[in-house]
Design a protein around this ligand. Structure first.
Ligand code: PMP
Length: 441
């Protein structure tokens, strides 16, 4: 009997024993195509020699040194690499061990910035209802997924939530995409006015929404308008690229495609590509300078922040992305995946929307394509698809999100950037078979 405490207590999981490229296998020789890179993590696939060698070399040199005493060469080189390619104004990098830690650091840094600026009344954070920012209490409070939050609500800090930018459901039939983007962004203006701008710390959002909604991109102009509103009221704009960053959407930073500059940007998953746990928070020179010239000390920290082995891994990953031209590949293979999904599911009676950017794609499943009514949550469509696809040899990431106050079902796809044409065909075939099996059960 296994003594491991799994996410689902009744789960009887196979032990993964190896992997190569886009596949994972177990000891019995069963093989799965990793169509979601776990949870949008394994961007280079499994068994990448260059990354493994970089980790081993760092372990041989020095596994760990505490950042209270030392920096390390890989952490410095990784920070340089990220900053050299980051949106203008981002100048410093704070390394942590994962996505939730990056978000916690961002929320605390944003608050401390205002305290040091002599504006301690700035105490409200604004986020969006359709969002996931992590499972630690601060990150959970920022997230808008009611189901994840419900039982912990007495422990959560007060974060205000506005409507997401969700064109499939909220754009009016007679409305231009740009007008919808502006209208959705103006929800932020309204909330800032309700709270009083002088009381607001900032706004946090995922540029392309991942786990709660299945790769929902923003409407054109949405984030430009958000930036404008933040500038008007001095709010800090925090972008959560934990899932959609590191090339997943076809540019290193997802927000590049919206032409905006955040004050704080968080990333994780693809940064370590699954080879080491690592996350990062990038912040503006203005924020850094304010704290340096004020208390001189960011009141935060974790034992494993800036871990040299994790940093060596991250450095090898970002170098691989660049040297192998993987951003271009994400764009071409992403377009190919979208076309294959449209070809297969474009007329499917229960696929309402096929969306995303790069190799970050989502399907929204509906009971009725005309009315866009979600399936009855009791049918547990997402959970079924997860298991039918898995039984058919495909790892994908179906999940229930919240739609119009009800739970709806999505499937998120985020395969490794190295996925080939035939593997894309296999992914779509297996997904189609899994969806049919789940719907007919
Ligand atoms: N933000 C986003 C957008 C995420 O998708 C996730 C993880 N799914 C997190 C934060 C939290 O990351 P982690 O699980 O590494 O703590």
């Amino acid at each position: 009997m296994s003594h491991v405490f799994p996410r689902h207590c009744h789960a009887d999981l196979p032990a993964a024993t190896g992997g190569a490229g886009c596949y994972i296998h177990d000891a019995a020789g069963r093989r799965w195509l990793d169509g979601s890179g776990g949870a949008a993590v394994s961007c280079l696939g499994h068994g990448d020699r260059a990354v493994l060698d970089a980790i081993k070399a760092q372990l041989d040199a020095l596994a760990y040194a505490h950042t209270g005493f030392f920096t390390s060469e890989p952490a410095e080189a990784l920070a340089d690499h990220l900053i050299a390619r980051a949106p203008e104004g981002l100048e410093r990098v704070y390394f942590v061990s994962g996505g939730s830690e990056a978000i916690e650091a961002a929320l605390k840094l944003a608050r401390q910035y205002w305290v040091e600026r002599g504006e301690p009344d700035r105490r409200h954070l604004i986020a969006r209802r359709q969002s996931y920012h992590g499972n630690t209490l601060g990150a959970l409070a920022a997230g808008g997924n009611e189901w994840r939050r419900a039982q912990f609500s007495p422990l959560l800090i007060d974060v205000r939530h506005i409507a997401p930018c969700y064109a499939y459901r909220d754009q009016r039939p007679d409305e231009r995409a740009e007008d919808y983007g502006r209208r959705a962004a103006d929800e932020l203006e309204a909330e800032v006015q309700r709270l009083g701008p002088e009381n607001v710390i900032g706004f946090i959002a995922e540029p392309v929404v991942g786990a709660t909604a299945g790769a929902v991109p923003p409407a054109p102009g949405y984030f430009a308008r958000i930036r404008e509103i933040c500038d008007r009221h001095g709010l800090l704009l925090i972008l959560d690229e934990v899932m959609c960053g590191m090339g997943r959407t076809g540019t290193l930073y997802a927000c590049e495609q919206d032409g905006i500059r955040p004050d704080i940007l968080c990333m994780a998953k693809g940064l370590g590509a699954g080879y080491q746990p690592i996350g990062a928070m990038l912040c503006s020179g203005t924020i850094y300078d304010t704290i340096r010239d004020g208390s001189g000390f960011f009141q935060h920290g974790h034992t494993y922040q800036g871990h040299p082995t994790a940093a060596a891994c991250g450095l090898a990953v970002v170098q691989a992305i660049e040297e192998r031209g993987l951003l271009d590949r994400v764009q071409t293979q992403g377009a190919r995946l979208q076309a294959a999904l449209e070809d297969r599911f474009g007329q499917h009676p229960h696929v309402g929307d096929i969306r995303g950017r790069g190799l970050f794609r989502g399907l929204e499943l509906v009971e009725d394509r005309e009315t866009k009514a979600p399936f009855d949550p009791a049918r547990r469509i997402a959970a079924r698809i997860k298991s039918t696809c898995f039984d058919g040899g495909l790892v994908c990431y179906p999940m229930p999100g919240t739609i119009d106050g009800k739970r709806g079902d999505h499937v998120l796809l985020a395969p490794p950037y190295i996925i080939s044409d035939t593997e894309i065909d296999e992914l779509v075939d297996k997904l189609a078979a899994g969806i049919e099996a789940a719907l007919s059960a």
